[in-house]
Design a protein around this ligand. Structure first.
Ligand code: DPP
Ligand code: ZN
Length: 891
């Protein structure tokens, strides 16, 4: 497969101004008639028209009603000697939706039709200029059997519907907004909907609908509430109103991604729509709110203003993730709940994006090249892209950011643009800002891959009453980018005195204080800042740097233990308070891993944990985050960064020791925490209640774990009872996890009960598989169970959610079970990647990424993983998607 390069971008030879599509829907063979109004691009006269098409059967091509000759070249349909004036082009073709197991293009799921066109699925429906800078007006007519497919949906407004002969019916939809083909969608099936009318601030009425299968209507309330909240929020926060009379969300259970922002007709993985207290967890509720918001916000950031080419993907994704994260924070309400959301987002970024940025798939937020664009829907483009937008917002301030967004829409509404255009608009709206004055160097965030390391060294001078802080940065080489120029890094910070009180900040040369928090801009390899004060600083301050995680960097502050304990107790920035706790835990875990000695926790650390747990001023959700140890993956990355080979079982052993010592030493505190955080009222998914449940469940898991030591049967019994009669799925799952992670004998009957009770709830069964696959390994039993589960009658690779429930959980989330001395985990990885690749390359390529970090492993894991990669890459019939991943991994 040829490499596509950003620098090779050229405008299209033709524009497609409008499309009239008609579908005769049939699972085996669907007929598509595609009538386009085409206009030659005056800048490229006389060029042939090359239309993309994949896995479809062409039956006819007419230009202005006349048939013409054509040829196929490199998967494209090439038309030559075309009129120099605008012309009508008609294409007829067929496709086979029921055979489409790639789930890209038009496919069937559960007896209904759905589409997924981003990034390049439209070409699997009909021939087209399948690129985002070609925007057309769509008119779509669907014809199908009325009994099997009573609901016929497409983008925009329903303008006509009626009956046809032979029990068929039709519907015609017109989308008033020009759009690229990747935003096209159709749905046909036996669906029901929840609907609600809303009036926007501007006084316009809109119809909101959430479509699901008949049995799922009772699980749509939260999605609808989230949608309404999204509409309100985007108007209030960004002045962006819904531009459609009707906005639809449709849930489908077979879906490669999370959800898709098709204009006016969002299609969602059921996982991000369906929730009721009995089947969904607090985390699911939060994810649904975030994803419904995300797709809705795309209506402006992505649809009204779209990407010129796929290298600009972060233009819409980074910005829209930033918007959905901000939305979720605003929905969370209070400052402490906002901080919890921020910590969760950062934890995810570090867990997923940092390893990507340090591994073989490292790429800039705006990549330079790809083989399969589907491989670049990455955490770098999404989550790091969101951090880049956040840094811009930090550099121009909230009001400045809003002004920048306004200017962006003023300039580019209706266009297909680039990341440069976006940054330019934010900067131009804020002349003189630290962003505008450094725009070129700031944009290195788009161009350079890799996570910068920032080191901070502070020197206190009692004589001068000053504190000199030197910040330096260095970014390691990444594939294809050996040398990096300095990034522009906003470092939000404050100083604490030794009692933890915030100090007023004043830099040498300034007259007067500037509050207790400010943003330093590190835009050189190294910069020095001298803090003074009216009367000087009277003792060495504790620096609190990178507050709120103001930049996606690895901070090395060489903080001593005393400073970290001070921060954990007193920092006014909740993020850094949590961060101090993480560092204290990481230091203990890694020193055990490095030395090979068993972990022995010290009283000071355990006391600090207890103080947090018992602190009446802290939220339960925050306590849960502080008391949850860093993940094995995060610890592995810390070692890898220092060039120390990663021995996964050793990391696992250290974490297990930490868990059991915390269980023992804090036993009475866990009892208190469990009992003090029981709610009796009706289930509510708000962050405060969710935090209380999370902390109670964390307590329960420690209490059940400790039962193995004490021989206690009461707490395991309580957990089992909760699995039986919990009033919501969050608590039921929490109890099941407690039993599973303690490897308690009651885990088996608990699993059996959950399976029996929820056998018809696909999303719960996904969870049932995932919980088992995510259990920390003990004596190889977890891996053996995973292999057995792969043969379970409910297991299937065809459904992406079900496939991922075992495989992604094992490959990405459970290093303790994957990495084995006998290499069986890697053999299993190879077998499954190869098997899935035969029918769903996108999914296979995602799963293949599970071995990305093989080079960081210690022997014998490293060689065995490499062997598995070589085995997969040796397959001649591999898809381009999976080939790109394994080839890069081995390079
Ligand atoms: N554009 C989708 C999303 O991230 C993914 N295809 O919302
Ligand atoms: Zn998106």
């Amino acid at each position: 497969t040829p490499l596509v390069r950003r620098e090779d971008y050229t405008a299209p030879s033709h524009w497609i101004r409008s499309v009239d599509l008609s579908f005769d829907l049939d699972p085996a063979k669907t007929l598509v008639i595609n009538r386009m109004q085409v206009e030659p691009n005056a800048a490229r006269p006389g060029e042939p028209l090359r239309l993309d098409g994949e896995d479809i059967v062409l039956t006819r091509v007419l230009v202005n009603g006349e048939s013409i000759s054509f040829r196929n070249e490199g998967g494209q349909l090439v038309l030559e000697n075309l009129p120099a004036e605008p012309f009508a082009l008609e294409i007829r073709n067929t496709c086979a939706p029921e055979k489409n197991l790639e789930l890209s293009g038009l496919y069937t799921s559960g007896g209904s039709f759905f589409t997924q066109c981003e990034a390049q699925g439209f070409r699997r429906i009909t021939y087209f200029l399948d690129r985002p800078d070609v925007m057309a007006l769509f008119r779509v007519t669907l014809r199908a059997d009325a009994r099997s497919y009573p609901v016929l949906l497409s983008n925009g407004n329903l303008v006509e519907q009626g009956r046809l002969d032979h029990g068929r019916h039709y519907a015609t939809w017109v989308d008033p907004h020009p759009k690229p083909s990747y935003l096209f969608a159709l749905v046909a099936g036996d669906l029901v909907c929840r609907e609600q009318r809303v009036r926007s601030r501007s006084g316009r009425d809109h119809l909101l609908q959430v479509y699901v299968r008949a049995g799922d209507l009772d699980k749509t309330e939260h999605a609808m509430n989230s949608l309404i909240a999204s509409v309100v929020w985007d108007e209030a926060r960004f002045g962006l109103s819904l531009d459609l009379e009707r906005f639809m969300i449709v849930a489908v259970s077979d879906f490669n991604m999370g959800a898709m922002e098709n204009k006016g007709l969002n299609i969602f993985n059921t996982k991000f729509v369906l929730a009721n207290p009995a089947t969904a967890t607090d985390v699911d509720y939060g994810n649904i709110e975030a994803v419904v918001g995300h797709e809705y916000f795309h209506n402006w950031t992505g649809n009204r203003v779209t990407c010129r080419d796929w290298f600009q993907l972060s233009l819409k994704e980074g910005l829209t993730v930033y918007r959905d994260q901000t939305f979720s924070q605003d929905m969370a309400g209070e400052a402490s709940a906002r901080a919890v959301k921020r910590i969760e987002d950062v934890r995810q970024l570090r867990q997923m994006q940092f390893p990507e940025d340090a591994g073989p798939m490292a790429h800039p937020v705006r990549p330079e090249q790809y083989q399969a664009i589907d491989n670049f829907y990455t955490t770098t483009v999404y989550e790091k892209g969101a951090e880049v937008v956040r840094m811009m917002a930090t550099l121009v301030g909230e009001a400045g950011f809003r002004a920048g967004m306004d200017l962006y829409f003023q300039r580019h509404d209706g266009q297909a643009v680039t990341c440069d255009d976006y940054a330019q608009a934010i900067a131009d709206a804020n002349p003189g800002s630290p962003l505008a004055t450094r725009l070129d160097s700031f944009k290195r965030w788009y161009a350079q891959a890799g996570t910068p390391r920032v080191s901070a060294r502070g020197v206190y001078s009692a004589e001068q009453g000053s504190y000199t802080l030197t910040l330096s940065q260095h970014t390691p080489a990444t594939p294809g980018q050996p040398v990096k120029a300095p990034f522009v890094i906003p470092v939000a910070m404050g100083l604490l005195d030794s009692d933890g009180r915030p100090l007023l900040l004043q830099l040498d040369g300034e007259n007067g204080y500037s509050g207790t928090e400010r943003v330093l801009v590190l835009d050189q390899a190294s910069l020095t800042f001298v803090f003074t004060g009216l009367y000087g600083l009277t003792s060495a301050p504790v620096p609190s740097l990178l507050r709120g995680f103001s930049a996606p960097v690895i901070l090395d502050a060489q903080a001593d233990e005393a400073a970290l304990f001070t921060q954990l107790r007193h920092d006014t920035d909740p993020f850094n308070r949590w961060e101090a706790a993480q560092r204290l835990a990481v230091q203990r875990l890694l020193s055990a891993v490095r030395s090979g000695q068993p972990l022995q926790l010290d009283a000071a650390w355990l006391d600090a944990q207890r103080v947090v747990l018992r602190d009446p001023t802290l939220d339960a959700a925050f306590k849960d985050l502080v008391l949850t140890p860093p993940s094995a993956g995060y610890l592995a990355e810390q070692l890898a960064a220092d060039g120390i080979p990663v021995d996964p079982p050793r990391i696992h052993a250290a974490r297990e020791a930490l868990r059991s010592q915390m269980a023992q030493a804090l036993h009475e505190d866990w009892v208190w925490a469990f009992e003090a955080h029981q709610d009796n009222g009706a289930y509510r998914p708000d962050p405060v209640s969710a935090g209380r449940r999370a902390l109670a469940n964390l307590a329960l898991s420690h209490l059940v774990l400790d039962a193995a030591r004490t021989g206690d049967t009461v707490w395991p019994g309580k957990a089992f009872q909760r699995v039986k009669d919990a009033g919501n799925f969050t608590d039921r799952q929490g109890a099941l996890i407690a039993l599973l992670h303690a490897h308690h004998e009651l885990a088996e009957p608990a699993l059996a009960r959950v399976h029996a009770q929820f056998k018809d709830e696909a999303l719960v069964i996904d969870r049932w598989f995932a919980l088992q696959a995510g259990t920390p390994e003990r004596d190889g039993r977890v891996f053996a169970r995973i292999k057995a589960l792969a043969l379970h009658p409910d297991y299937s690779l065809r459904n992406p959610n079900r496939a991922r429930s075992l495989l992604a959980t094992l490959f990405v989330m459970n290093p303790s079970a994957l990495h084995r001395e006998d290499a069986a985990g890697y053999v299993f990885w190879a077998d499954k990647v190869v098997e899935v690749d035969t029918f769903n390359p996108q999914l296979a390529a995602r799963l293949a990424r599970g071995l990305d970090r093989w080079r960081t492993l210690a022997e014998p894991y490293r060689s065995a993983a490499q062997e598995a990669l070589i085995r997969v890459s040796g397959r001649a019939d591999l898809s381009p998607d999976t080939r790109e991943i394994v080839t890069r991994a081995l390079q």
